[in-house]
Design a protein around this ligand. Sequence first.
Ligand code: HEM
Length: 537
Amino acid sequence: MTDQNRSSGDMPDKEGDARGQQGRYLTTAQGARLRDTDHSLKAGRRGPILLQDHHLREKITHFDHERIPERVVHARGAAAHGVFESYGTASSVTGAAFLQHGAVTPTFTRFSTVLGSRGSADTVRDTRGFATKFYTGEGTFDLVGNNIPVFFIQDGIKFPDVIHAAKPHPDREIPQAQSAHDTFWDFVSLHTEAQHHTLWNMSDRGIPRSFRMMEGFGIHTFRMENAEGEMTMVKFHWKPVLGVHSLTWEEAQMVSGADPDFHRRDLADAIEAGTYPQWELGIQVLGDNEDQTFAGIDLLDPTKIVPEELAPVQPIGKLTLTRNPDNYFAETEQVAFHPGNLPPGIDVTDDPLLQVRLFSYQDTQLTRLGGPNWNQLPINRSHAPVNDMLRDGYGQQDDHVGQAPYQPNSLDGGCPFTAGDGEHAFNDLAVKVPESVKNRELSASFEDHYSQPRMFWKSMTQPEKRHIIAAYSFELGKCREQAIRERQLACLAQIDPVLCQKVAEALGLEAPEPAEPLDDRLEPSPALSQLGRSWPV
Ligand code: HEM
Protein backbone atom coordinates (compact mmCIF):
# COMPACT_ATOMS: atom_id res chain seq x y z
CA MET A 1 0.00 0.00 0.00
CA THR A 2 1.35 3.47 -0.86
CA ASP A 3 1.14 6.46 1.42
CA GLN A 4 -1.31 7.99 -1.02
CA ASN A 5 -4.05 5.43 -0.72
CA ARG A 6 -3.57 4.73 2.97
CA SER A 7 -7.00 4.66 4.59
CA SER A 8 -7.80 5.53 8.17
CA GLY A 9 -8.05 1.81 8.84
CA ASP A 10 -4.37 1.42 8.02
CA MET A 11 -2.97 3.85 10.57
CA PRO A 12 0.49 3.01 11.86
CA ASP A 13 0.56 1.86 15.47
CA LYS A 14 1.48 4.24 18.29
CA GLU A 15 5.09 3.13 18.21
CA GLY A 16 5.26 4.11 14.57
CA ASP A 17 3.58 7.44 15.20
CA ALA A 18 6.19 8.36 17.76
CA ARG A 19 8.98 7.98 15.23
CA GLY A 20 7.81 10.84 12.98
CA GLN A 21 8.98 11.24 9.38
CA GLN A 22 7.20 8.29 7.81
CA GLY A 23 6.63 7.61 4.15
CA ARG A 24 8.51 8.75 1.08
CA TYR A 25 6.70 12.03 0.44
CA LEU A 26 7.02 15.46 1.96
CA THR A 27 3.77 16.39 3.71
CA THR A 28 2.21 18.98 6.00
CA ALA A 29 1.96 18.11 9.70
CA GLN A 30 -1.46 16.66 8.83
CA GLY A 31 -0.03 14.33 6.20
CA ALA A 32 -1.21 16.20 3.07
CA ARG A 33 1.35 15.95 0.25
CA LEU A 34 3.24 19.11 -0.69
CA ARG A 35 4.31 20.25 -4.12
CA ASP A 36 6.70 23.01 -3.00
CA THR A 37 8.37 23.89 0.29
CA ASP A 38 10.87 26.38 -1.12
CA HIS A 39 8.64 29.27 -2.14
CA SER A 40 5.90 31.01 -0.18
CA LEU A 41 2.59 31.76 -1.89
CA LYS A 42 2.62 35.28 -3.28
CA ALA A 43 0.30 37.61 -5.08
CA GLY A 44 2.21 37.68 -8.34
CA ARG A 45 5.89 36.79 -8.69
CA ARG A 46 7.14 39.56 -6.37
CA GLY A 47 4.60 39.35 -3.58
CA PRO A 48 3.28 40.30 -1.12
CA ILE A 49 2.97 36.94 0.64
CA LEU A 50 -0.51 35.55 1.18
CA LEU A 51 -1.82 34.85 4.67
CA GLN A 52 -3.58 31.80 3.31
CA ASP A 53 -0.27 29.97 2.83
CA HIS A 54 -0.91 27.43 5.57
CA HIS A 55 2.26 25.48 4.90
CA LEU A 56 4.38 28.63 5.23
CA ARG A 57 2.74 29.55 8.54
CA GLU A 58 2.97 26.02 9.89
CA LYS A 59 6.64 25.74 8.96
CA ILE A 60 7.65 29.12 10.40
CA THR A 61 5.50 28.84 13.52
CA HIS A 62 6.87 25.43 14.37
CA PHE A 63 10.42 26.62 13.83
CA ASP A 64 9.79 29.65 16.05
CA HIS A 65 8.95 27.29 18.90
CA GLU A 66 11.68 24.67 18.43
CA ARG A 67 13.68 25.67 21.48
CA ILE A 68 12.77 24.67 25.01
CA PRO A 69 14.48 26.07 28.11
CA GLU A 70 17.82 24.44 28.75
CA ARG A 71 18.20 22.73 32.11
CA VAL A 72 18.77 25.26 34.90
CA VAL A 73 21.86 23.18 35.77
CA HIS A 74 23.55 20.36 33.83
CA ALA A 75 22.43 21.96 30.55
CA ARG A 76 25.31 20.56 28.50
CA GLY A 77 25.20 16.80 28.20
CA ALA A 78 25.76 13.75 26.06
CA ALA A 79 24.04 10.41 26.43
CA ALA A 80 23.86 6.81 25.29
CA HIS A 81 21.64 3.76 25.53
CA GLY A 82 22.98 0.67 27.20
CA VAL A 83 22.33 -2.43 29.15
CA PHE A 84 22.86 -3.31 32.81
CA GLU A 85 23.64 -6.88 33.74
CA SER A 86 23.20 -7.80 37.38
CA TYR A 87 25.68 -10.12 39.11
CA GLY A 88 23.03 -11.00 41.69
CA THR A 89 25.43 -10.10 44.50
CA ALA A 90 23.07 -7.49 45.95
CA SER A 91 20.20 -9.95 46.41
CA SER A 92 21.02 -10.40 50.09
CA VAL A 93 20.36 -6.69 50.70
CA THR A 94 17.66 -5.83 48.16
CA GLY A 95 14.63 -7.46 46.64
CA ALA A 96 14.79 -5.13 43.61
CA ALA A 97 14.20 -7.47 40.67
CA PHE A 98 16.75 -5.82 38.38
CA LEU A 99 19.50 -6.57 40.92
CA GLN A 100 18.77 -10.30 41.11
CA HIS A 101 21.07 -12.82 39.47
CA GLY A 102 21.08 -12.73 35.67
CA ALA A 103 18.66 -9.80 35.31
CA VAL A 104 19.35 -7.68 32.22
CA THR A 105 17.90 -4.15 32.10
CA PRO A 106 17.92 -1.55 29.31
CA THR A 107 19.36 1.82 30.36
CA PHE A 108 19.91 5.40 29.21
CA THR A 109 22.85 7.36 30.68
CA ARG A 110 23.40 11.12 30.40
CA PHE A 111 26.72 12.75 31.32
CA SER A 112 26.90 16.49 31.80
CA THR A 113 28.78 19.47 33.09
CA VAL A 114 26.94 21.39 35.79
CA LEU A 115 27.40 25.06 35.08
CA GLY A 116 27.92 25.69 31.38
CA SER A 117 25.08 26.40 29.00
CA ARG A 118 24.08 23.96 26.26
CA GLY A 119 26.70 25.28 23.86
CA SER A 120 29.62 25.51 26.30
CA ALA A 121 32.89 23.57 26.10
CA ASP A 122 33.27 20.05 27.44
CA THR A 123 36.67 20.14 29.11
CA VAL A 124 36.14 22.97 31.61
CA ARG A 125 36.95 22.46 35.28
CA ASP A 126 33.61 21.45 36.77
CA THR A 127 31.75 18.60 38.40
CA ARG A 128 30.26 16.10 35.91
CA GLY A 129 26.75 14.66 36.13
CA PHE A 130 26.39 10.89 35.71
CA ALA A 131 22.69 10.02 35.53
CA THR A 132 21.35 6.59 34.56
CA LYS A 133 17.80 5.50 33.88
CA PHE A 134 17.26 1.77 34.45
CA TYR A 135 14.05 0.74 32.70
CA THR A 136 13.25 -2.08 35.13
CA GLY A 137 10.22 -4.33 34.98
CA GLU A 138 9.17 -2.96 38.39
CA GLY A 139 9.29 0.71 37.39
CA THR A 140 12.09 3.04 36.37
CA PHE A 141 15.10 3.53 38.65
CA ASP A 142 17.02 6.79 38.16
CA LEU A 143 20.49 6.90 39.70
CA VAL A 144 21.19 10.63 39.41
CA GLY A 145 24.78 11.10 40.54
CA ASN A 146 27.98 13.01 39.91
CA ASN A 147 31.64 12.14 39.28
CA ILE A 148 32.61 13.55 42.69
CA PRO A 149 31.47 11.65 45.80
CA VAL A 150 30.52 14.68 47.94
CA PHE A 151 28.44 17.80 47.39
CA PHE A 152 28.89 21.50 48.18
CA ILE A 153 26.01 21.84 50.61
CA GLN A 154 24.29 19.83 53.30
CA ASP A 155 20.76 21.14 52.87
CA GLY A 156 18.95 21.53 49.54
CA ILE A 157 17.59 24.91 50.56
CA LYS A 158 21.05 26.28 49.72
CA PHE A 159 21.05 24.88 46.17
CA PRO A 160 19.84 28.10 44.50
CA ASP A 161 22.55 29.97 46.47
CA VAL A 162 25.45 27.78 45.42
CA ILE A 163 24.30 27.73 41.80
CA HIS A 164 23.75 31.51 41.71
CA ALA A 165 27.28 31.92 43.09
CA ALA A 166 28.86 29.50 40.63
CA LYS A 167 27.03 30.42 37.42
CA PRO A 168 28.50 33.27 35.33
CA HIS A 169 28.53 36.71 36.89
CA PRO A 170 25.15 38.36 36.35
CA ASP A 171 26.65 41.53 34.88
CA ARG A 172 29.06 40.22 32.22
CA GLU A 173 27.89 36.60 31.92
CA ILE A 174 31.48 35.34 32.30
CA PRO A 175 32.99 32.89 32.90
CA GLN A 176 31.30 29.59 32.04
CA ALA A 177 33.88 27.48 33.83
CA GLN A 178 33.46 26.81 37.48
CA SER A 179 35.33 28.67 40.15
CA ALA A 180 37.26 31.38 38.35
CA HIS A 181 35.36 34.28 39.81
CA ASP A 182 34.51 36.28 42.87
CA THR A 183 31.02 34.96 43.58
CA PHE A 184 32.12 31.32 43.62
CA TRP A 185 34.99 31.97 46.02
CA ASP A 186 32.81 34.27 48.08
CA PHE A 187 30.30 31.44 48.52
CA VAL A 188 32.70 28.61 49.29
CA SER A 189 34.80 30.65 51.71
CA LEU A 190 31.64 31.72 53.57
CA HIS A 191 30.06 28.24 53.48
CA THR A 192 32.96 26.13 54.64
CA GLU A 193 30.99 22.88 54.19
CA ALA A 194 31.73 23.45 50.47
CA GLN A 195 35.52 23.13 50.93
CA HIS A 196 35.56 19.35 50.49
CA HIS A 197 33.77 19.35 47.12
CA THR A 198 35.86 22.36 46.03
CA LEU A 199 39.10 20.52 46.79
CA TRP A 200 37.97 17.60 44.60
CA ASN A 201 37.14 20.13 41.86
CA MET A 202 40.62 21.66 42.13
CA SER A 203 42.14 18.19 41.83
CA ASP A 204 42.46 16.35 38.52
CA ARG A 205 38.94 14.95 39.07
CA GLY A 206 37.63 18.34 37.92
CA ILE A 207 39.00 17.82 34.38
CA PRO A 208 38.26 14.22 33.31
CA ARG A 209 39.95 12.79 30.22
CA SER A 210 36.71 11.19 29.02
CA PHE A 211 33.24 10.36 30.28
CA ARG A 212 34.37 6.75 29.80
CA MET A 213 37.11 7.26 32.40
CA MET A 214 35.10 8.82 35.20
CA GLU A 215 33.80 7.32 38.40
CA GLY A 216 30.22 8.04 39.35
CA PHE A 217 28.69 8.35 42.80
CA GLY A 218 25.11 8.34 44.09
CA ILE A 219 26.56 10.56 46.89
CA HIS A 220 23.62 10.27 49.27
CA THR A 221 23.06 7.23 51.42
CA PHE A 222 20.13 5.16 50.16
CA ARG A 223 18.18 2.39 51.84
CA MET A 224 17.71 -1.12 50.55
CA GLU A 225 15.24 -3.76 51.70
CA ASN A 226 15.66 -7.47 51.05
CA ALA A 227 13.08 -10.17 50.55
CA GLU A 228 12.94 -10.79 54.32
CA GLY A 229 12.13 -7.13 54.95
CA GLU A 230 15.55 -6.34 56.45
CA MET A 231 16.88 -2.86 55.78
CA THR A 232 20.40 -1.70 55.15
CA MET A 233 22.00 1.59 54.13
CA VAL A 234 24.13 1.76 50.99
CA LYS A 235 26.12 4.17 48.86
CA PHE A 236 26.30 3.67 45.07
CA HIS A 237 29.56 3.81 43.09
CA TRP A 238 30.29 3.50 39.37
CA LYS A 239 33.83 2.26 38.56
CA PRO A 240 34.95 2.69 34.92
CA VAL A 241 36.49 -0.44 33.41
CA LEU A 242 39.03 1.83 31.64
CA GLY A 243 40.15 3.26 34.99
CA VAL A 244 40.07 6.89 36.15
CA HIS A 245 42.02 9.31 33.96
CA SER A 246 42.18 13.07 33.78
CA LEU A 247 43.51 15.75 31.47
CA THR A 248 46.23 18.11 32.61
CA TRP A 249 45.13 21.72 32.88
CA GLU A 250 47.14 22.66 29.80
CA GLU A 251 45.55 19.83 27.78
CA ALA A 252 42.08 20.85 28.96
CA GLN A 253 42.69 24.43 27.87
CA MET A 254 43.96 23.48 24.44
CA VAL A 255 41.24 20.92 23.82
CA SER A 256 38.57 23.44 24.83
CA GLY A 257 39.76 25.68 22.02
CA ALA A 258 40.48 23.07 19.37
CA ASP A 259 37.47 20.82 20.03
CA PRO A 260 34.87 22.11 22.49
CA ASP A 261 32.87 18.91 21.81
CA PHE A 262 35.73 16.65 22.89
CA HIS A 263 33.86 14.57 25.47
CA ARG A 264 30.67 14.06 23.49
CA ARG A 265 32.66 13.19 20.38
CA ASP A 266 34.79 10.72 22.35
CA LEU A 267 31.68 8.99 23.73
CA ALA A 268 29.85 8.77 20.41
CA ASP A 269 32.96 7.69 18.48
CA ALA A 270 33.79 4.93 20.96
CA ILE A 271 30.27 3.52 20.74
CA GLU A 272 30.19 3.80 16.97
CA ALA A 273 33.51 1.96 16.78
CA GLY A 274 32.12 -0.85 18.96
CA THR A 275 34.48 -0.17 21.88
CA TYR A 276 31.60 0.02 24.29
CA PRO A 277 32.22 1.99 27.49
CA GLN A 278 31.67 -0.04 30.65
CA TRP A 279 31.32 0.60 34.36
CA GLU A 280 30.83 -1.72 37.27
CA LEU A 281 28.14 -0.65 39.68
CA GLY A 282 29.07 -1.25 43.29
CA ILE A 283 27.63 -0.56 46.71
CA GLN A 284 29.14 0.17 50.08
CA VAL A 285 27.01 -1.76 52.54
CA LEU A 286 26.69 0.31 55.69
CA GLY A 287 24.35 -1.70 57.94
CA ASP A 288 21.36 -0.18 59.61
CA ASN A 289 21.15 1.78 62.83
CA GLU A 290 18.84 4.44 64.17
CA ASP A 291 21.53 7.13 64.17
CA GLN A 292 22.22 6.47 60.48
CA THR A 293 25.97 6.64 61.09
CA PHE A 294 28.87 4.41 60.06
CA ALA A 295 32.26 4.44 61.84
CA GLY A 296 31.42 7.85 63.30
CA ILE A 297 30.42 9.30 59.92
CA ASP A 298 26.94 10.76 59.67
CA LEU A 299 25.43 9.05 56.64
CA LEU A 300 22.96 11.90 56.16
CA ASP A 301 25.79 14.37 55.49
CA PRO A 302 26.45 14.53 51.71
CA THR A 303 29.71 16.46 52.25
CA LYS A 304 31.33 13.32 53.72
CA ILE A 305 32.49 10.07 52.15
CA VAL A 306 32.80 6.69 53.76
CA PRO A 307 36.39 5.64 52.95
CA GLU A 308 36.55 2.43 50.96
CA GLU A 309 38.99 0.95 53.47
CA LEU A 310 36.18 1.01 56.01
CA ALA A 311 33.46 -0.24 53.68
CA PRO A 312 34.76 -1.76 50.46
CA VAL A 313 32.78 -1.19 47.29
CA GLN A 314 31.14 -4.49 46.38
CA PRO A 315 30.43 -4.98 42.66
CA ILE A 316 26.78 -5.75 41.91
CA GLY A 317 26.55 -5.45 38.13
CA LYS A 318 27.94 -4.06 34.92
CA LEU A 319 26.73 -1.24 32.64
CA THR A 320 27.67 -1.29 28.95
CA LEU A 321 26.80 1.63 26.69
CA THR A 322 25.98 0.14 23.32
CA ARG A 323 24.00 2.63 21.24
CA ASN A 324 24.15 6.34 20.44
CA PRO A 325 20.88 8.28 20.46
CA ASP A 326 19.19 8.66 17.07
CA ASN A 327 18.00 12.15 17.91
CA TYR A 328 19.67 14.48 20.40
CA PHE A 329 16.55 16.50 21.20
CA ALA A 330 14.13 13.59 21.58
CA GLU A 331 16.44 11.61 23.82
CA THR A 332 19.34 13.50 25.40
CA GLU A 333 17.48 16.78 25.77
CA GLN A 334 14.05 15.47 26.73
CA VAL A 335 15.17 12.81 29.15
CA ALA A 336 13.92 13.67 32.63
CA PHE A 337 15.69 12.15 35.60
CA HIS A 338 14.36 12.18 39.14
CA PRO A 339 16.09 10.85 42.28
CA GLY A 340 12.67 9.72 43.53
CA ASN A 341 12.19 7.28 40.65
CA LEU A 342 12.93 4.14 42.65
CA PRO A 343 11.82 0.54 42.27
CA PRO A 344 10.61 -1.52 45.24
CA GLY A 345 13.64 -2.58 47.28
CA ILE A 346 15.46 0.79 47.09
CA ASP A 347 14.42 3.93 48.96
CA VAL A 348 15.65 7.30 50.15
CA THR A 349 17.10 8.37 53.50
CA ASP A 350 16.49 11.59 55.41
CA ASP A 351 19.56 13.33 53.92
CA PRO A 352 18.33 16.95 53.75
CA LEU A 353 19.97 17.50 50.38
CA LEU A 354 18.30 14.45 48.86
CA GLN A 355 14.96 15.41 50.37
CA VAL A 356 14.92 18.75 48.54
CA ARG A 357 16.03 17.11 45.30
CA LEU A 358 12.94 14.94 45.52
CA PHE A 359 10.87 18.09 45.04
CA SER A 360 13.07 20.05 42.67
CA TYR A 361 13.45 17.82 39.61
CA GLN A 362 9.74 17.28 39.00
CA ASP A 363 9.09 20.95 39.57
CA THR A 364 11.69 22.17 37.06
CA GLN A 365 10.60 19.60 34.46
CA LEU A 366 7.07 21.04 34.53
CA THR A 367 8.55 24.16 32.93
CA ARG A 368 11.36 22.61 30.94
CA LEU A 369 9.21 19.98 29.27
CA GLY A 370 6.02 22.01 29.02
CA GLY A 371 3.49 20.49 31.38
CA PRO A 372 3.00 17.38 33.48
CA ASN A 373 3.13 14.63 30.86
CA TRP A 374 6.84 14.25 30.20
CA ASN A 375 6.69 10.70 31.53
CA GLN A 376 4.92 9.82 28.28
CA LEU A 377 7.79 10.97 26.06
CA PRO A 378 9.35 7.85 24.52
CA ILE A 379 12.68 8.28 26.35
CA ASN A 380 10.92 8.68 29.70
CA ARG A 381 8.28 5.97 29.30
CA SER A 382 8.35 3.25 31.91
CA HIS A 383 8.96 -0.23 30.58
CA ALA A 384 6.68 -1.55 33.33
CA PRO A 385 2.91 -1.30 32.79
CA VAL A 386 1.58 2.05 34.05
CA ASN A 387 -1.85 2.47 35.63
CA ASP A 388 -1.50 5.78 37.43
CA MET A 389 -4.86 7.59 37.25
CA LEU A 390 -3.04 10.75 36.16
CA ARG A 391 -5.17 12.39 33.45
CA ASP A 392 -5.21 15.12 30.83
CA GLY A 393 -2.86 18.14 30.91
CA TYR A 394 -0.63 19.76 28.26
CA GLY A 395 0.99 17.28 25.91
CA GLN A 396 -1.25 14.36 26.86
CA GLN A 397 -0.44 11.47 24.51
CA ASP A 398 -2.50 8.71 26.02
CA ASP A 399 -6.04 7.78 25.14
CA HIS A 400 -7.21 6.61 28.54
CA VAL A 401 -10.12 4.23 28.73
CA GLY A 402 -12.69 3.86 31.48
CA GLN A 403 -14.75 6.42 33.33
CA ALA A 404 -13.45 6.27 36.89
CA PRO A 405 -9.89 7.56 37.24
CA TYR A 406 -10.04 7.46 41.02
CA GLN A 407 -10.02 4.75 43.54
CA PRO A 408 -11.61 2.98 45.15
CA ASN A 409 -14.32 2.89 42.49
CA SER A 410 -17.16 0.56 41.73
CA LEU A 411 -17.56 1.41 38.04
CA ASP A 412 -14.50 0.37 36.05
CA GLY A 413 -14.67 -3.25 37.11
CA GLY A 414 -13.81 -2.41 40.71
CA CYS A 415 -10.57 -1.11 42.19
CA PRO A 416 -7.31 -1.51 40.36
CA PHE A 417 -5.27 -4.09 42.14
CA THR A 418 -2.99 -2.54 44.78
CA ALA A 419 -0.04 -4.30 46.36
CA GLY A 420 -1.00 -6.24 49.44
CA ASP A 421 0.94 -6.92 52.64
CA GLY A 422 4.11 -8.83 51.94
CA GLU A 423 4.16 -7.79 48.30
CA HIS A 424 6.89 -5.70 46.82
CA ALA A 425 5.79 -2.09 46.33
CA PHE A 426 7.11 1.45 45.96
CA ASN A 427 7.64 3.44 49.14
CA ASP A 428 7.52 0.45 51.45
CA LEU A 429 10.56 1.61 53.34
CA ALA A 430 9.75 5.21 54.13
CA VAL A 431 6.84 4.26 56.32
CA LYS A 432 9.07 1.95 58.33
CA VAL A 433 11.59 4.61 59.40
CA PRO A 434 11.37 4.66 63.21
CA GLU A 435 9.97 7.75 64.95
CA SER A 436 13.17 8.10 66.98
CA VAL A 437 15.09 8.71 63.76
CA LYS A 438 12.70 11.40 62.66
CA ASN A 439 13.17 13.25 65.97
CA ARG A 440 16.93 13.11 66.15
CA GLU A 441 19.27 16.11 66.01
CA LEU A 442 21.90 16.56 63.31
CA SER A 443 25.13 15.02 64.53
CA ALA A 444 27.95 17.35 65.52
CA SER A 445 30.09 16.09 62.64
CA PHE A 446 27.90 18.12 60.25
CA GLU A 447 29.95 21.06 61.60
CA ASP A 448 33.29 19.42 60.83
CA HIS A 449 34.15 20.81 57.41
CA TYR A 450 37.88 20.16 57.29
CA SER A 451 38.97 16.70 58.41
CA GLN A 452 37.85 14.92 55.23
CA PRO A 453 39.32 17.56 52.87
CA ARG A 454 42.57 17.18 54.81
CA MET A 455 42.48 13.42 54.31
CA PHE A 456 41.84 13.87 50.61
CA TRP A 457 44.82 16.23 50.34
CA LYS A 458 47.05 13.80 52.28
CA SER A 459 46.04 10.94 49.99
CA MET A 460 47.37 12.75 46.89
CA THR A 461 50.71 11.99 45.22
CA GLN A 462 53.21 14.82 44.77
CA PRO A 463 52.24 15.52 41.12
CA GLU A 464 48.57 15.52 42.12
CA LYS A 465 49.33 17.97 44.92
CA ARG A 466 51.18 20.21 42.46
CA HIS A 467 48.14 20.19 40.16
CA ILE A 468 45.87 21.16 43.05
CA ILE A 469 48.13 24.04 44.09
CA ALA A 470 48.27 25.24 40.48
CA ALA A 471 44.48 25.02 40.16
CA TYR A 472 43.79 27.04 43.32
CA SER A 473 46.44 29.57 42.30
CA PHE A 474 44.98 30.02 38.81
CA GLU A 475 41.32 30.07 39.83
CA LEU A 476 41.78 32.26 42.90
CA GLY A 477 43.98 34.48 40.77
CA LYS A 478 40.84 35.32 38.77
CA CYS A 479 39.06 36.47 41.92
CA ARG A 480 39.33 40.24 42.06
CA GLU A 481 38.32 40.88 45.68
CA GLN A 482 41.31 40.74 48.01
CA ALA A 483 39.11 40.04 51.05
CA ILE A 484 37.63 36.93 49.39
CA ARG A 485 41.07 35.60 48.44
CA GLU A 486 42.21 36.04 52.03
CA ARG A 487 39.12 34.34 53.42
CA GLN A 488 39.65 31.37 51.09
CA LEU A 489 43.32 31.20 52.16
CA ALA A 490 42.10 31.01 55.75
CA CYS A 491 40.01 27.97 54.73
CA LEU A 492 43.04 26.37 53.07
CA ALA A 493 45.02 26.98 56.26
CA GLN A 494 42.45 24.83 58.04
CA ILE A 495 42.97 22.07 55.46
CA ASP A 496 46.76 22.00 55.22
CA PRO A 497 49.54 24.54 55.90
CA VAL A 498 51.63 23.57 52.87
CA LEU A 499 48.68 23.87 50.49
CA CYS A 500 47.86 27.25 51.99
CA GLN A 501 51.47 28.46 51.90
CA LYS A 502 52.01 27.53 48.25
CA VAL A 503 48.77 29.10 47.04
CA ALA A 504 49.43 32.24 49.10
CA GLU A 505 52.90 32.52 47.53
CA ALA A 506 51.41 32.24 44.04
CA LEU A 507 48.94 34.99 44.87
CA GLY A 508 51.60 37.19 46.47
CA LEU A 509 49.83 37.13 49.84
CA GLU A 510 50.75 36.20 53.40
CA ALA A 511 49.71 32.69 54.37
CA PRO A 512 47.42 32.93 57.40
CA GLU A 513 47.80 30.73 60.48
CA PRO A 514 44.97 28.25 61.02
CA ALA A 515 42.34 29.78 63.27
CA GLU A 516 41.68 26.40 64.92
CA PRO A 517 44.12 23.60 65.76
CA LEU A 518 44.30 21.25 62.78
CA ASP A 519 43.27 18.22 64.83
CA ASP A 520 39.70 17.22 64.20
CA ARG A 521 37.71 19.45 66.42
CA LEU A 522 34.76 17.16 66.77
CA GLU A 523 35.06 13.58 67.91
CA PRO A 524 37.67 12.28 65.50
CA SER A 525 36.60 8.90 64.26
CA PRO A 526 39.27 6.37 65.31
CA ALA A 527 38.67 4.48 62.11
CA LEU A 528 39.15 7.59 59.99
CA SER A 529 42.25 8.82 61.74
CA GLN A 530 43.98 5.48 61.19
CA LEU A 531 43.76 5.91 57.47
CA GLY A 532 46.53 7.13 55.27
CA ARG A 533 45.73 6.99 51.59
CA SER A 534 41.99 6.75 51.64
CA TRP A 535 40.84 7.44 48.11
CA PRO A 536 41.25 5.46 44.96
CA VAL A 537 43.40 7.34 42.47
C1 HEM B 1 19.99 18.15 37.15
C2 HEM B 1 22.96 15.66 39.96
C3 HEM B 1 21.75 18.31 43.79
C4 HEM B 1 18.40 20.36 41.10
C5 HEM B 1 20.91 17.26 37.59
C6 HEM B 1 21.58 16.32 36.75
C7 HEM B 1 22.40 15.61 37.52
C8 HEM B 1 22.27 16.11 38.87
C9 HEM B 1 23.30 14.49 37.10
C10 HEM B 1 21.43 16.18 35.25
C11 HEM B 1 20.32 15.28 34.92
C12 HEM B 1 20.22 15.12 33.44
O1 HEM B 1 21.21 14.66 32.83
O2 HEM B 1 19.16 15.43 32.88
C13 HEM B 1 22.88 16.17 41.23
C14 HEM B 1 23.59 15.68 42.37
C15 HEM B 1 23.25 16.44 43.44
C16 HEM B 1 22.32 17.40 42.98
C17 HEM B 1 24.50 14.49 42.35
C18 HEM B 1 23.67 16.36 44.89
C19 HEM B 1 24.19 15.30 45.44
C20 HEM B 1 20.69 19.01 43.41
C21 HEM B 1 19.90 19.80 44.29
C22 HEM B 1 18.94 20.37 43.54
C23 HEM B 1 19.14 19.96 42.18
C24 HEM B 1 20.10 19.93 45.81
C25 HEM B 1 17.83 21.29 43.95
C26 HEM B 1 17.54 21.62 45.17
C27 HEM B 1 18.60 19.97 39.81
C28 HEM B 1 17.82 20.46 38.71
C29 HEM B 1 18.28 19.81 37.57
C30 HEM B 1 19.33 18.95 38.00
C31 HEM B 1 16.70 21.50 38.79
C32 HEM B 1 17.77 19.98 36.15
C33 HEM B 1 16.80 18.86 35.90
C34 HEM B 1 16.13 18.91 34.56
O3 HEM B 1 15.90 20.01 34.03
O4 HEM B 1 15.78 17.85 34.04
N1 HEM B 1 21.35 17.12 38.89
N2 HEM B 1 22.11 17.23 41.63
N3 HEM B 1 20.20 19.12 42.14
N4 HEM B 1 19.50 19.08 39.36
FE1 HEM B 1 20.76 18.09 40.50
